[in-house]
Each structure stands twice: as structure tokens, then as C-alpha cells.
Design a protein around this ligand. Structure first.
Ligand SMILES: NC(=O)N[C@@H](CC(=O)O)C(=O)O
Ligand SMILES: [Zn+2]
Ligand SMILES: [Zn+2]
Length: 428
């Protein structure tokens, strides 16, 4: 079927495009980006006043299936992704069973394909069972289509094992995605270590717990020549370490989450367990540094770290609540409101961090509207006001600290392979 997306402001940094254009889609592919396109029989999607971008890509998502379907499953997570403007997601392996062999990779790919809402790219575990003892079946999993390896949820504490993981991943050109946390330092902390933790009487997690591991992993990337991607950067010190490493030519990329560029530990004063996340919400100087890192290119990618949990996981005392924020359906409005409307990022830079660069990190042929590419697109109204309502989330995870917040920037439509997979104005 032929479709023309008419009259939108097309922002595609992969081709240096930012202007009013029509886009012709046929047979699931982008056929043309040009002015005044008209084809007999093509369905017209009116996009005047809207922004049209390559389908957004979130490389850090927890879909929870197999094993934790009460929190999320591949279908609900895919629907949440589409509603959030994402056409592709990479999912973390901390499921049950863990994604540490090819049969689990194949299960996820098969199920995601059957659901058919967004493209799902599995990430394999670094270590068997996420135990940090021996390497998982990385070569086998690469054969089945993993796009990176990570023990996310946990660090790899054993530096020798992490070194071997980087050497091995390098042979398969896979990025090693590192959850940087020195467990001996973070201990049973639940919040950033600082004034707020002291006032609230909650156990703190030092910024150094993250920075020590960022420094170690940069050193290992230097040693091995492997490709390192730092997940959920949360501190000023981490941003500075990554900035210096890039200057020295080390192969390191980094991501930041919307919650870490938006909130500080002040949000925990309410004791709302939806503010409990790992790494924890930090101080205002860290939020500033993360924003600065996004602006100057030190941080390449915006990823949600979508970590859905059940009400039971969160409706307990702060100390006992699970770590994580349900992030897929609030990312675009948080980026538009806090980074674009504030002038920290241009729209083009925002699309680079949400589509172009994520595609590069996991090495998939996406993040572009170049003719011949899959017709994955996102249509956004950056001036439309949205009020976050977790009750309306497609995700099973209602755990968001942003519930009730009024923001600017609404995902209007998401198309994957030329098909409409989300339409804000219509229940589909
Ligand atoms: N970020 C979180 O607070 N939680 C994640 C794990 C992780 O991303 O480290 C989860 O799986 O729930
Ligand atoms: Zn993590
Ligand atoms: Zn995560």
C-alpha cells in the first residue's frame, strides 16, 4: 500500500535534512523525500505543523519476558514502545531464564515478530545466569541476532572476566553495554548519598560507586580495543571520565535517561517509591552535567532504561521497593520539554540521540529516512500539551515519578514498515 506523509517538517540528521517535505512510502519502504509528491491511490497522512523523524530507537528497555510477565511482556512492551514513538527497541537479558544462550534469543525474536508492533533486538548476557563467573554463549547468540552484550541490572565485578568479555565481543563487533556500579560501594543503598539521604535517613549510594566502574571499563576498553557503551550515566564525574576517554580516542559511547536529565534526589522527599531507580536520581550539579554532556556530544544516546514493575513491587517501604522507572511513554515529552524547548538540544540533535546514534551503537540499518530504508517513522507535535497519566500507559508498568506532570511534546503517530502501529487520535 502507498502512503504519503504530507507537509510535515522532516528532521533527518542522517541526511542533513530539516525542512518541509512529503514522504512517499510504498511496500513498507521509504521511496522518496521530496516536495509536492502526489501518487494516484496513495493514502494521505496530513502532517502539517508536525515533526516527522526516523522511527525512534530505544536501546535500553526491559521487556521482562520470559519470566516476569506480571511486570511486562513482549506485547505490552511493544505497544508501550509504539505509543512512545519508538519503532525499534533493544531488550535487556535480565529475564528468567536469562538471555545467555541462543534458544532464549530465538524465543524473544519469534514472539516479537508474531506481535509485530515494533522491531525487537535482544541483548545477550555477558555472563551465564548474570552470575559474573563465566562467559555466556556469545558467539552462538551473535549467530541468532543479538546486538550487544550486557549483564544490566548488575555490574560485572570481576575485572578479568570483563576484560575477556570485551576481547570476545570485539571479535564479533558487538558493543559491551556496562551497568557501572561497584557493588561493594553501593551496598544496600537505595538513594543518592548526600544531604537528602541524610535528612530522610535512607542509605546512600555514592557517586563514586558508578565512577570507579566507568573508569575501570574505560581502561579495559583501552586495553582490549573493544567497543564499550556506558548505560544510564548519572553523575558529573562519569560524564567527565567519558569526555576525557573520547578525547583520547577510546571506543566508548554513552547513554543518559530522561529521569537522570530531569529529576534530582529532591524528588525522593515524597518517599514515592517510583523515584527509586538504579543508578539513583542524583544532585542538581549532576543533572546539569548530564545535560551538558548531551549538548557537547559526550553522551551519544538518550535511552529510557524502561524498567516496568508491578504495583506490589513498588507499594512497599522505600527500602524494599524494586528499582526502576517505566519510561517508554514519557521519553519524547521529557526530551522535547526539557532539552529542546530549553534550547539545550536542537531538534536535529535530539533525533540524533534518539534514532541515528542508537542505530549506530547496536549496528542496525535504521535511524534514517533514506530512500530504500524501512518505512519506520515517528510523527510528533512538539507544541501540544500532554498530561502524563500512568493509568493510560500501554505498559503494564505504571511506575512513573512523572504521573500528573504537564509537558509539551506529543507522539501523534508511529509507523513501522509503513504500517501505522500507533495513532494518538484513534484507538487501533
Ligand atoms: N534501572 C533499574 O532501576 N532497574 C533495572 C535494572 C537496571 O537497569 O540496572 C531493572 O531491570 O529493573
Ligand atoms: Zn542498569
Ligand atoms: Zn536497565
Amino acid at each position: 500500500m502507498k502512503r504519503i506523509i504530507k507537509g510535515g517538517r522532516v528532521v533527518d540528521p542522517s541526511q542533513n535534512i530539516d525542512g518541509i517535505f512529503d514522504i512517499l512510502i510504498d511496500d513498507g519502504l521509504i521511496k522518496a523525500v521530496d516536495r509536492n509528491l502526489s501518487i494516484d491511490g496513495a493514502e494521505i497522512i496530513e502532517a502539517k505543523g508536525m515533526i516527522v523523524t526516523p522511527g525512534l530507537i530505544d536501546i535500553h528497555v526491559h521487556l521482562r519476558e520470559p519470566g516476569y510477565e506480571a511486570k511486562e511482556d513482549i506485547e505490552s512492551g511493544s505497544m508501550a514502545a509504539a505509543a512512545g514513538g519508538f519503532t525499534s527497541v533493544a531488550c535487556m537479558p535480565n529475564t528468567n531464564p536469562v538471555v545467555d544462550n541462543k534458544s532464549v534469543v530465538e524465543f524473544i525474536k519469534e514472539k516479537a515478530k508474531r506481535v509485530g508492533i515494533v522491531n525487537v533486538y535482544p541483548i545477550g548476557a555477558i555472563s551465564k545466569g548474570l552470575k559474573g563467573e563465566e562467559l555466556s554463549e556469545i558467539g552462538d547468540m551473535k549467530g541468532s541476532g543479538i546486538v550487544g552484550i550486557s549483564d544490566d541490572g548488575k555490574p560485572v565485578m570481576a575485572s578479568g572476566l570483563m576484560r575477556r568479555a570485551m576481547e570476545y565481543a570485539g571479535m564479533f563487533d558487538l558493543p559491551v553495554i556496562s551497568h557501572c556500579e561497584d557493588l561493594d560501594m553501593s551496598g544496600d543503598g537505595v538513594i543518592n548519598e548526600g544531604l537528602v539521604s541524610t535528612i530522610l535517613g535512607l542509605k546512600g549510594i555514592s557517586k563514586a560507586a558508578e565512577e570507579i566502574m566507568v573508569a575501570r571499563d574505560i581502561r579495559l576498553a583501552e586495553l582490549t580495543g573493544g567497543r564499550l557503551h556506558i548505560a544510564h550515566v548519572s553523575t558529573k564525574g562519569s560524564v567527565e571520565l567519558i569526555r576525557q576517554a573520547k578525547r583520547r580516542g577510546i571506543k566508548v559511547t554513552a547513554e543518559a535517561t530522561p529521569h537522570h536529565f530531569t529529576l534530582t534526589d529532591e524528588a525522593v522527599r515524597t518517599f514515592d517509591t517510583n523515584t527509586k531507580v538504579n543508578p539513583p536520581l542524583r544532585s542538581s550539579e549532576d543533572v546539569e552535567a548530564v545535560r551538558e554532556g548531551l549538548k557537547d556530544g559526550t553522551i551519544d544516546v538518550i535511552a529510557t532504561d524502561h524498567a516496568p514493575h508491578t504495583l506490589e513491587d513498588k507499594d512497599v517501604e522505600y527500602d524494599y521497593a524494586s528499582f526502576g522507572i517505566s519510561g517508554l511513554e514519557t521519553s519524547v515529552p521529557l526530551v522535547i520539554t526539557n532539552l529542546v524547548h530549553t534550547g539545550i538540544l536542537t531538534l536535529s540533535q535530539a533525533v540524533e540521540k534518539m534514532a541515528v546514534n542508537p542505530a549506530q551503537v547496536i549496528n542496525i540499518p535504521k535511524g534514517t529516512l533514506r530512500p530504500g530504508s524501512d518505512a519506520d517513522l515517528t510523527i510528533i507535535d512538539i507544541d501540544r500539551t500532554v498530561v502524563i497519566d500512568t493509568a493510560k500507559f500501554k505498559s503494564k508498568g505504571k511506575n512513573s515519578p512523572f504521573n500528573g506532570l504537564e509537558l509539551k511534546g506529543a507522539v501523534m503517530m508511529t509507523l513501522k514498515g509503513g504500517n501505522i502501529v500507533y495513532n494518538r487520535n484513534k484507538v487501533i
